[in-house]
Design a protein around this ligand. Structure first.
Ligand code: T4K
Length: 390
């Protein structure tokens, strides 16, 4: 048993509060869509709902060219194929594993570059030093929906003739300098996973800049078929089906409300945690309309518990915060042998990854449930420091 664990504190009767909870519209609103699918028997392969959702999503996001995909992981893999990326790609170790796995699935060598301590995104000032003759692209992540330094990174990509692919999985609805954040880069990939701000159960999209690129993505996600008898590329099955596309159309009607509800939760946390010593809440990004998809905090060394102890303390109260993103991707067995994975190369990422905790946030997180999360953090913060601080 951990030294700080007191069984009598365990509130086993409290219902679990998970890091996220998918937004779902009223079921009765979805039934008519299902009836249409049953009627038409058109289940997948660029069906009518797929076409409608793709257009409606482009309008919502303010982009002309996008292609729906089965999930963001397939989207990232397909994006790399679309631009025929090979050799080495500069990326962040501080992300969900899918970012780097997509490179591995294309036999591309990831080159990890450290992150910026404020944005937790790829540090733009360190990119140039990592470029070699084998580098073909940069693949940053707008982590938690916080914009990367898009202008600086675009300039580097232009100067060195590199492609720029953003893992934009966290950015649904985020606007930066009054533009959709997915406008930046050659390609940007969104996730509509159940745990994301906007979900179609599973799903995603690749945003691109022109019709020709969209055409290539559409071929690639459909096995490479250009017509019934012509296969133009070694494609994959990355299609979104009609059940998901119809659901996406319906979700679009609810997204603004869901975002407003998330903003309320975000504000309550900020106010409540402001004066808790040892807990830092990253500042809201400048010039950005956020989507409040995550609520990351950093558990600093002057907080009485370590990050992991706080994580467990919350669990004991049935609160399931998550360590997004720990461990670092560069520490995983399949990547840690890479030269760029050496811990000395990634000190900021390591420090953030050891301190990060993402608190529960979702549209219908009640004030009462949120108070439970806050109370645990505040109460633990008031106890005497009894741990060895590194
Ligand atoms: N790039 C980035 C930067 C990403 O963050 C992700 C995904 C991707 C790429 C790949 O996107 P996709 O290929 O998935 O479209 C979750 C998600 O599975 C993953 O999509 C997400 N990032 C990642 C940050 O989080 P887990 O393993 O933590 O999920 P899980 O199953 O533990 O769920 C977390 C909590 O959410 C549960 O405790 C309860 C709640 N939940 C979850 C699901 C699936 C629900 O209430 N209902 C649900 O259906 O990875």
């Amino acid at each position: 048993m951990r030294p700080d664990h007191k069984p009598e504190e365990t509130l086993i009767n409290d219902k679990p509060i998970t890091v996220t909870r998918p937004y779902l519209p009223p079921l009765e609103e979805y039934i008519p869509y299902l009836e249409q699918i049953w009627e038409s028997r058109w289940l997948t392969n660029n069906g009518p709902f797929h076409q409608q959702f793709e257009r409606a999503l482009g309008d919502y996001l303010g982009v002309e060219h996008l292609s729906l995909v089965a999930n963001a992981t397939i989207g990232l893999i397909t994006a790399l194929q679309t631009l025929r990326i090979t050799g080495e790609v500069i990326t962040t170790p501080y992300s969900f594993v899918a970012t780097t796995h997509a490179l591995a699935w294309n036999s591309i060598q990831p080159v990890f570059v450290d992150i910026d301590p404020d944005t937790m995104n790829l540090d733009a000032e360190r990119i140039e030093a990592a470029i070699t003759p084998r580098t073909t692209a940069i693949m940053p992540v707008h982590c938690y929906g916080v914009p990367c330094r898009v202008d600086r990174i675009a300039r580097i990509a232009d100067t060195y003739g590199l492609k720029l692919i953003y893992d934009a999985s966290h950015t649904f609805g985020v606007r930066y300098r009054q533009e959709s954040l997915v406008q930046f880069g050659d390609l940007a990939i969104l996730s509509f996973h159940a745990t994301k701000v906007f979900n179609t159960f599973e799903g995603g999209a690749i945003v691109c800049r022109d019709a020709k690129t969209k055409q290539r993505i559409d071929y690639l996600k459909n096995f490479g078929f250009a017509d019934e008898v012509t296969v133009v590329a070694p494609g994959i099955n990355g299609k979104m089906n009609e059940v998901q596309a119809a659901f996406g159309l319906l979700q679009l009607q609810h997204i603004e409300r869901a975002l407003r509800m998330r903003a309320v939760v975000d504000r309550r946390y900020r106010e409540a945690l402001l004066d808790v010593p040892g807990i830092s809440v990253p500042e809201s990004a400048a010039d950005t309309e956020q989507n409040y998809g995550y609520f990351p905090i950093l558990v600093q060394s002057d907080y009485p518990l370590t990050r992991d102890d706080l994580y467990h303390r919350l669990r004991d109260s049935n609160v399931f915060a998550r360590r997004y993103f720990y461990p670092l991707i560069s520490n995983m067995p399949m990547y840690r042998g890479l030269p760029s994975a050496a811990p000395g190369n990634l000190p900021i990422a390591k420090m953030i990854s050891d301190r990060i905790l993402c608190l529960p946030i979702y549209p219908d997180l009640s004030e009462e449930d949120q108070a439970r999360v806050i109370d645990v953090i505040r109460a633990a913060g008031e106890q005497k420091i009894h741990r060895n601080v590194a």
